[in-house]
Ligand binder design. Sequence first.
Ligand SMILES: Nc1ncnc2c1ncn2[C@@H]1O[C@H](COP(=O)(O)OP(=O)(O)OP(=O)(O)O)[C@@H](O)[C@H]1O
Length: 434
Amino acid sequence: MKNTNRLLLPFYSITVDKATIGIHAVDKDGKTIIYNQKMKEIEGLSLEDIKDRSILELFKLDQEESTLLKVLQQGIELLNVKQTYWNRNGIEITTINDTYPIYDKDELVGAVELARDVTVLEKIQQSYRKNSFPATFNQIIAESPSMKTVISTAKKATNAKLPVLLIGETGTGKDLIAESIHNELFPTTGLFYTLHCHNSDSLLIQRLVEDLENNQLYTIFCERIDLLSIPLQQKLLKELIKLSEGNRQFIASIGDDPVELIASGTLLKDLYYFFSSFTIRIPPLRKRREDILPFTTSYLALRNERFGSVMEGLSTEVEDLFQQYEWPGNLRELELLLDETTSLTTTENVITFDMLPLHFRMKSSNIGNKPNVITDFIVHAEKELLPLDRFLHETEVYYLEKAMKIHDNNITKTASALGMSRQSLQYRLRKLKK
Ligand SMILES: Nc1ncnc2c1ncn2[C@@H]1O[C@H](COP(=O)(O)OP(=O)(O)OP(=O)(O)O)[C@@H](O)[C@H]1O
């Protein structure tokens, strides 16, 4: 039996590494034992990031609720759990996860998560949902001066019919603006074709050419060209040059500063030049906080109309929290949060702090004087609770490391933020490293 297992090892190894689903397996202490290539891609982590670190450290106090952790704690499988989150590279990812406990005889020895990456499908679905209401500039919430400038520049680009490059973090509204440009073109270009560049599928460009073969008029929106591999960007540029002979509108989006992307070898300079006649930078939500509440009001009104719900607004406490939170996922994160919060309500018409999902309360718990809800998150376990001293040790290591990172490893500032003396912090750091 042992021999057969050994013979099968290279087969397992290749299968796991080449699988197109993400695989993450941990032992009973939460230490990573398998983390395949696809999982790295999905989560934007490298093996170095996760080696020898337990999921308690990696996820617990910082990201979403970890399904792996839940399965480890409860010992039962969790199937078809859909999660949308922003990975370590700030990319929005949607996965559907199946997570299984692993038993050796009756003893729980670990857990494994199988994650299907449905980001592109989710994007396509979002476009379909949006297509029932053609996007126009009128729908775009733009209270802030910076967003007003974005809209007026986008209108100029629409009139000029020149290629447009939209620059902005994930969820800032690049797709919405691209669609608005398309819908306001006159004379109109019939089809709005989105090339989702979120994967490095070598057939992507070939499919674009086939899809557009019989169409004369269209707008091509190449969404997040910076996520394509350089050879695919070269291929894309070649095709775009051929296609640019007709009366077509070209729009692309990128997630970061083009100069930096070019310098880091992530964006092909010539592809950038192709689109850069009109360059529009969409600021992140945290830099235009005037848009947060008007967007919330408008989004809630839209939901009320669609779903017959009665949510009117936010309590003052939640308003303040929204104004202070960083919104790394920008408007999309706000939308998802409002969806998640309101989908659980019945007769309430104001969103209060307690109604916000736990992961958001966790993430925002360092803002102002919000009660720290870490304990809510941790004490889920029905079985396999960690011994208290080990749990406290792991939590302390995590918390101190995080605090040090926030303060650029400055002991004095970290100690002051934690309400302790420098000496005491140094002592604890030394002790924890042992
Ligand atoms: N100013 C705005 N007014 C109204 N809705 C907005 C605004 N900005 C974004 N949205 C909405 O927020 C969601 C995210 O926007 P969108 O998909 O356009 O972002 P994005 O920058 O293209 O993100 P990604 O780079 O991840 O594709 C969409 O549902 C969009 O309609």
